[in-house]
Design a protein around this ligand. Structure first.
Ligand code: AMP
Length: 537
């Protein structure tokens, strides 16, 4: 028997309409490229999203058209999220740190018809313009008088473009499961793959994220995670659902700028990857500043280290919510929020628990399997391939004919993990990064986290390289913040933190480590570079 409730074919524009009606004056703060602070609110963002949607329709754009952004976190990008998806288009967020070949591949694969871009990114597209023939218009996120000299054709300013759009635009009803957003995986090997989100999956994801992240209606959220990184982890959707004030740093991501925004805008919650927080914490440490307003920070994208967790807790009294997910999952899979049980734990036990990637939010199922596909016990010790299933997890990649999941709907994340009896999942490693030494596995993440606990190590990266006896052994690359730190000292420091056979076969000091477009360490590059390092010894 079918239920008697109303049929639901949602349009995410309903979120910004809700925010306009219920939280019209909640602020949206953006730090612009010129350093100015721009202030608007949900009322205005909604009206301007309607104008953009109406103008796109007047121009002949229709449901299913892919319209891209090459943009920073600012109010205009938020308006595009709603204006494009709300009229039935698909907002495709491009990462401005991509290699030009990858950007070209992605734009062509997605068949982007418009690119909305920031003025400083004009040269990126000028270099690609002859190879991206699907693009009909370039809309610069600025006023008419701010358009620079450019060799791009069909250039408009965003403000000029939306000028004659209609503020009373009616959002259309969309088809069931209509698409609203498109992101490509970071793709460290092979071509990036597209993940096409739907209005329904996006709304369900946002609603579940609210329950899984201890967010309060009064929270002022600093959205450091870029809007091109898996739809900024859902904040542009769940923020307006709750009516949160949203603070966006634009391109000002250094420690001092973030500290100033947090203080001046009374930010209570912030979300971003570990490397960003390392810069913020270093700035505060070096300048004796305290993050007084901040209460919670969501850290994901890469593993959280004890050093970051401790410094937030002990010096700033900020709670860290460790979260895990991926592009294919919209992205949220698990979160680690404070529980009553944690209150009675020793600090050490509490930190050990908080370093786990957390428990699945409602809607996401997890399981771990061995190489043969047999399920492994949730005993906190057995580790294997992490598989996921749920309504905001992909079924197949964009434009692929094949399912990306098995017959029972399970998607293999490519991560290796444990799950304990309380449901806490811990990422041991990416399956391609785990070091297979004589048939046993060494977690590069655990070794890195142990290394960054040393006061003179700013960043660490462990990769497995060829070894004549053990097939593969770990080497540790470190960025030291003190010249005199020695290999022996680091080895001694690590020796009571990891098993003896895990200790790296060599430690190499480097000035910096390579990062990919979303802030993750580029281990492929380092593995190639040092592949024969231990063979030559
Ligand atoms: P992306 O699709 O670019 O967001 O990358 C997803 C991958 O990042 C996951 O499959 C993990 O390998 C890694 N990742 C994300 N969050 C975490 C975390 N909290 N700890 C460890 N790895 C993470």
């Amino acid at each position: 028997m079918i239920g008697d409730m109303q049929k639901w074919t949602p349009n995410i524009a309903g979120i910004i309409e809700h925010a306009k009606k219920i939280h019209p004056k909640s602020e949206i703060i953006s730090k612009l490229t010129n350093g100015e602070i721009h202030r608007t609110n949900y009322d205005e963002v909604c009206l301007r999203s309607r104008k953009l949607a109406s103008k796109l329709c007047q121009d002949g754009y229709k449901e299913g058209d892919v319209l891209a952004t090459l943009a920073l976190n600012t109010f205009r990008h938020l308006e595009i999220y709603y204006g494009v998806s709300g009229m039935g288009g698909i907002v495709h967020t491009l990462n401005f740190r991509l290699h030009p070949d990858q950007a070209k591949y992605i734009i062509n694969h997605a068949e982007d018809k418009i690119i909305f871009l920031e003025v400083p990114f004009v040269p990126i597209l000028e270099a690609l313009k002859d190879d991206i023939s699907s693009v009909e218009k370039f809309i610069l996120l600025c006023d008419k008088d701010e358009i620079p000299e450019t060799s791009l054709k069909n250039v408009y300013s965003y403000e000029e473009y939306i000028e004659d759009g209609k503020e009373d635009f009616d959002w259309p009803s969309l088809k069931d499961d209509a698409a609203c957003g498109l992101c490509y995986t970071s793709g460290t090997t092979g071509n990036p793959k597209g993940v096409l989100y739907s209005h329904k999956s996006t709304i369900l994801h946002a609603a579940s994220a609210i329950t899984a992240m201890s967010i309060d209606q009064d929270d002022s959220i600093l959205m450091v995670v870029p809007m091109f990184h898996v739809m900024a982890w859902g904040i542009p959707y769940y923020g307006p659902m709750l009516g949160n004030k949203i603070v966006m740093p634009g391109m000002h991501m250094d420690g001092e700028s973030l500290y100033t925004l947090i203080n001046e805008e009374e930010v209570t919650m912030a979300a971003g990857v570990p490397t960003i927080w390392m810069q913020l914490l270093a700035y505060c440490r070096e300048n004796s500043k305290k993050l007084t307003a901040l209460k919670n920070t969501i850290i994901g994208g890469s593993a959280l280290s004890l050093a970051i967790l401790k410094e937030f807790d002990e010096f700033h009294d900020v709670n860290v919510v460790h979260a895990w997910g991926m592009t294919e999952m919209s992205p949220l899979g698990t979160t680690n929020v404070p529980t009553r049980e944690m209150e009675s734990m020793t600090k050490e036990d509490k930190y050990n628990l908080q370093l786990k990637q957390g428990r699945p939010c409602f809607g996401v199922e997890l399981k771990i399997t061995n190489d043969k596909g047999d399920a492994l016990p949730n005993d906190g010790k057995s580790y294997g391939h992490l598989l996921v299933r749920g309504p905001w997890i992909l079924q197949k990649y964009f434009k692929s004919d094949e399912n990306a999941v098995d017959n029972n709907g399970w998607f293999d994340t490519g991560d290796i993990s444990t799950i304990d009896s309380d449901g806490y999942m811990t990422i041991v490693d990416r399956s391609k990064d785990v070091i297979k030494s004589g048939g046993e596995w060494i977690s590069s993440i655990d070794l890195e986290n142990a290394a960054v606990g040393h006061e003179h190590i700013a960043e660490a990266c462990v990769v497995g390289v060829r070894h004549p006896k053990w097939d593969e052994r770990p080497i540790l690359l470190v960025v030291a913040n003190e010249k005199n730190v020695s290999k022996d000292e680091i080895n001694k420091f690590l020796s009571d933190k990891v098993a003896k056979w895990w200790l790296p076969d060599d430690i190499i000091f480097v000035d910096e480590l390579p990062h990919g477009a979303t802030g993750k360490l580029l281990k492929v590059e380092l593995r190639d570079k040092y592949s024969d390092h231990l063979m030559e010894k």
